[in-house]
Every structure is written in structure tokens, then in C-alpha cells.
Design a protein around this ligand. Structure first.
Ligand SMILES: [Zn+2]
Length: 551
């Protein structure tokens, strides 16, 4: 516990309004705390059993929590106090902000909300049941992915790519309707549109995000163009077409969001005879952030009916933190367990003296950043050499491609995320505009991918995130930026190293100490950018991401 925070937490004198708020918070926490724990436990059980009745229980509990936050009288009280400006005590004001936002996003009137949820569910169902066709034959998403990875013939690649976009035409009108409904809800709450509402309740500011994305755009323009030119030369040769004739279907996934498999290296061989759970546990213990108690509560291996993905959950904000994985001894699960344990140590090492409402990560993207910071190690040559006891020659082999691959992966993702961020912002600002054209303008500008001649289809609508995770995609990028900013700060200021060459963070207890004291303990006591500034001396900036991946 830092001294400064103790003072911050307890050094307070209350006026009448503050006392009222304090009373409200006490009653609220008493009510919500057991409900959230019950919901977290139910959701954990459902993920493990896969039983529909368990999922029903989750929906029921989630709905009850939502009902608490939709109460109009309580919201009116919070709004009134907030606008009075009388809550001066910082820790109370923070809790008030967090509560206000939680209530605000749940103030959509019931009938409108029902329409939004129903239409969203309908579109999602269409997504999961729709199958594209190639020459009249149905093809699965995995089938399309296979073709885009391995097929040499451009005509067949084109067919697969076109098949991947057919779902867009099937759902586009509904998505536009959904966007308009969401906007209607936001406008009733006094916002321009749903995008600005979402950002506001997530304590993000459009102008600030615009500035970060603009800087990232400028800084990556030239290096991305160069890297992409190298990649295009390889792809053009491989598919036997002129570089100028490269089309979206020549990249290896439907949106060019992933790295084409041209520089990749099979790292699985180094992991196949290791126990990745033990590696992860040993690594975290070595940096002073032991995870034994987390792993003991976790569910780590495949089972019938179990959720095939991975996630981390904080059950009670009192130390019962668990991860769900389906571990296999390969590189991708090494990355995943390091990633999920990154979320887990953030939750686990909150200071228990921080009030319940603030005992959570500063922001969804700050916990993503910590997870990414650790997840990146599974491909780090220095980390691999020491953890896996590799020879210098093996390490040299990994190094030959891993740097290039990481660079390509990060740049491709950054440029793709710009498409998503800017398109979505404009989608909500004006859903009546020519969205097909807007999409391709974004793709050409940020990804430097050619629009197929005469193409006028809702290719954007084939991205499910507009439906199921609206106004969220930019957080992936912010997470990467923060992971790099923390890395830069820790290398230079905490470990006092000249460079990150040879750094795998193994046994670096100062890393664990720094993250605990500057990021984890405070939870959401500070606004995310304030936390970042206190931890690194600067607000969030894309500078260090560029420094790390653009060389
Ligand atoms: Zn994550």
C-alpha cells in the first residue's frame, strides 16, 4: 500500500452532499456485491458445463443487475449530485463517476431497449447460420479461411473472398436499422449519437481518440507502405500476378487484419515437450507476482461441452480470480495463458483497501494492455531461450524471423484498427450516407488495399463486431499502445537498461513491483489517463508502440 494512496483514501472531510452520496454508495454496494458474485459464479459454471440451463441462469442474473442500474430515480439522484459540483472528495467523486456512467448506459427506455436487443440477437443469429456459397455450394468460414491461406489460383481465391462477403449483403439493412435504433436511444439521453454515448460512458473522449489515431496514422504511414510493398512483391510472385493487380483476396484473411503466412515460423516445436502451465507459473513467480492461488481455482484443460476459448474472471473483487483455458503445449496457448494470467494478476493484486466500486482495472483497455504485455513474451527470443533452455543457434533461428513477424503483425493490425475506428465513428454520425463507398475509402486509405473495380456491396457489414461489440474495437489498439508505453518505461526507467535487447523479463522482480504499485493496486481510483501519467510520466501516446515495432 502506497502512503500517498492512504492519505488519498482516508483524508477526507464530508459536507452534506458527500454524506448523502456515501450513504447511497454503501446501500448500493450492499445490494450489488452479492448479485455480481452470483452472476460471475453462474457464468463460470456455464462456461465449464456448456448446459443451456446454466446459461439461462446467467441471463436471469445479468438482467437483475441491469434492472438495478436502470432505476430512473436513482439515476436522477446521481445526476443531481454530480451536477451540483459539491462532491469534492476525490475518492467519492471517482465512485460517483463510475456509478453515474453505469446508470447512464442503462437508462434507455424499456421498449426501445427490447427492440435493440431483439434486433441485435436476430442479426447475430443470421451471422451464425449464414453460409456463403461458391458455385452454388455452401462453404463454412473455416473452409473460406483454408482457401485464403493455401490456394494459389487467383480465381478460386476471389470466389472464396466473395463468399466471405455474402453475409454482409444479408445483414446490412438490419445493421443500419440497429445503428439508427441505438442512435435514437443515445439522442434521448442527450448525445449526438450512440458512438459518442458509448465513448462517454467508457470515459473516453472522441477528440482525444482522434488525436491518438491521427498520430499513429502519421507515424506508421511510411513504414507501413514499405512493409506492405515488400509483402506485395512476395504475394504477387506467389500468385503470379502484377503487383498492381493484387486484390483483397490475395491477402490471407477476408479483411487483411492478420499477417499473411510469409514470414512466419513454426514455434510449436519448441513448446511441444514442455508444460506451459509450469512455465507460466514459474515465470510469474520469478517476477514476484505468484499465480498459484489463481491456477488452483482455474479450469485449464479441454473437456466436453466446455467453452473452447479463454478468459479471466474476477469472481468477488476479493482475490478469487480464475482463468479458463484449453491448454495444449504449443506457442499459441503459451501466449494465451500468459495473456489471461496478465488479466488475472491485475485483478488479484488490487489493494483491498480501495473501495469496492473502484476495485477493478482502470479501464477495459488497461487490463488488455497488461495481458498483451505478457502475451507478447511467448515469441520473445530472449524469453524463449532462457525459459525453454534453447541453444544460441536455436535462438538465432527464431530471431531471424520473429522481429520481422512482430513488426508486420502489429503494423497490419494498427492499420486495420484505423479502418474500424474511423468507419464506425462515421457510421453512427450518419448511417444514411453511402456506407459501401465509405468503407472502401477507409480500406484504401489505411490498409492500402485496392478496391475491386466497380465493387459496390456492403462489405463492411460482414464484420460481426458492429453488431455484437459496438464502439469497442479501438480498445484493442489502445491496449497495444499502452503495452508498449509500459515496456518502454520499465526498460529505461525501472530496469535502467540501454535497450530491450536480450530482455525477457525473467526473474525481474522490479517489473512485478512496478506494475503492482503503479497499475494494479490503485484499480480504478484514477481515470485511466491519470493512472498512465502517474505510472509512466506521460499520458497515453502511440510513440512507444511505433518505437518498438517500427525500426
Ligand atoms: Zn484479453
Amino acid at each position: 500500500m502506497m502512503l500517498t494512496m492512504s492519505v488519498f483514501l482516508f483524508g477526507c472531510a464530508h459536507n452534506a452532499k458527500e454524506k448523502e452520496v456515501e450513504g447511497f454508495i454503501t446501500a448500493h454496494v450492499e445490494k450489488i456485491r452479492p448479485m455480481e458474485k452470483a452472476a460471475a459464479l453462474a457464468s463460470w459454471s456455464a462456461a465449464i458445463s456448456g448446459k443451456p440451463e446454466d446459461y439461462d441462469k446467467v441471463s436471469e442474473l445479468t438482467l437483475k443487475i441491469r434492472q438495478v442500474y436502470s432505476d430512473p430515480q436513482e439515476f436522477a439522484f446521481l445526476k443531481d449530485v454530480k451536477e451540483s459540483g459539491q462532491v469534492k472528495n476525490a475518492i467519492l467523486a471517482r465512485q460517483l463517476d463510475v456509478l453515474y456512467n453505469a446508470y447512464l448506459e442503462n437508462q434507455i427506455e424499456l421498449e426501445l431497449l427490447r427492440n435493440i436487443v431483439d434486433l441485435g440477437t436476430e442479426i447475430e443469429k443470421n451471422f451464425s447460420t449464414f453460409r456463403g456459397t461458391i458455385e452454388g455450394k455452401k462453404v463454412t468460414d473455416n473452409g473460406i479461411k483454408e482457401i485464403l491461406k493455401a490456394e494459389i489460383n487467383s480465381f478460386k481465391r476471389r470466389q472464396a473472398w466473395l463468399a466471405s462477403k455474402q453475409v454482409g449483403a444479408a445483414v446490412a439493412d438490419d445493421i443500419v436499422r440497429l445503428v439508427k435504433l441505438r442512435n435514437q436511444a443515445a439522442q434521448k439521453l442527450g448525445f449526438d449519437n450512440y458512438h459518442t454515448l458509448s465513448l462517454a460512458t467508457a470515459e473516453q473522449d472522441v477528440e482525444e481518440l482522434d488525436r491518438i489515431f491521427e498520430e499513429l496514422y502519421e507515424l506508421t504511414n511510411e513504414p507501413f507502405a514499405q512493409l506492405k510493398a515488400d509483402l506485395d512483391r512476395i504475394l504477387a510472385a506467389k500468385y503470379n500476378v502484377a503487383i498492381t493487380e493484387l486484390m483483397p483476396w490475395h491477402y490471407h484473411d477476408p479483411f487483411f487484419q492478420e499477417t499473411p503466412m510469409v514470414y512466419d515460423l513454426d514455434l510449436d516445436v519448441y513448446y511441444e515437450d514442455k508444460d506451459i502451465k509450469e512455465l507460466a507459473a514459474g515465470f510469474y513467480a520469478g517476477i514476484g507476482l505468484p499465480v498459484e492461488s489463481i491456477l488452483a481455482n482455474s479450469d485449464l484443460y479441454e473437456r466436453e461441452g466446455k467453452n473452447p476459448h479463454a478468459f479471466c474472471t474476477d469472481i468477488d473483487r476479493e482475490g478469487d480470480v480464475r482463468i479458463l483455458c484449453n491448454l495444449k503445449n504449443n506457442e499459441s496457448w503459451m501466449e494465451t495463458i500468459l495473456h489471461e494470467l496478465g488479466h488475472a494478476v491485475y485483478d488479484k493484486y488490487h489493494d483491498l483497501q480501495v473501495p469496492f466500486l473502484l476495485r477493478r482495472p482502470a479501464h477495459i483497455f488497461t487490463t488488455e494492455a497488461i495481458a498483451m504485455f505478457f502475451g507478447r513474451l511467448s515469441r520473445n527470443p530472449a524469453w524463449m531461450q532462457q525459459m525453454l533452455e534453447l541453444s544460441d543457434q536455436q535462438r538465432a533461428e527464431i530471431e531471424k524471423v520473429s522481429g520481422k513477424y512482430a513488426q508486420l503483425k502489429q503494423l497490419i493490425f494498427a492499420r486495420w484498427d484505423m479502418v474500424m475506428y474511423h468507419f464506425e465513428k462515421q457510421l453512427y454520425a450518419n448511417p444514411e450516407q453511402d456506407l459501401n463507398r465509405l468503407w472502401w475509402r477507409m480500406v484504401e486509405k489505411y490498409q492500402l488495399v485496392n478496391k475491386p473495380q466497380g465493387r459496390n456491396e456492403p462489405d463492411w457489414a460482414a464484420k460481426i463486431h458492429f453488431t455484437i461489440a459496438p464502439c469497442y474495437y479501438h480498445n484493442y489498439m489502445l491496449g497495444e499502445l499502452l503495452a508498449s508505453q509500459l515496456h518502454h518505461h520499465i526498460v529505461g526507467k525501472i530496469l535502467k537498461l540501454e535497450s530491450d535487447e536480450n530482455l525477457g523479463y525473467i526473474g525481474r522482480r522490479k517489473l512485478g513491483e512496478f506494475l503492482s504499485e503503479n497499475v494494479f493496486e490503485a484499480g480504478a481510483v484514477y481515470h485511466w489517463n491519470e493512472m498512465i501519467k502517474r505510472a509512466t510520466g506521460e499520458e497515453l501516446t502511440p510513440k512507444y508502440f511505433v518505437e518498438q515495432f517500427v525500426k
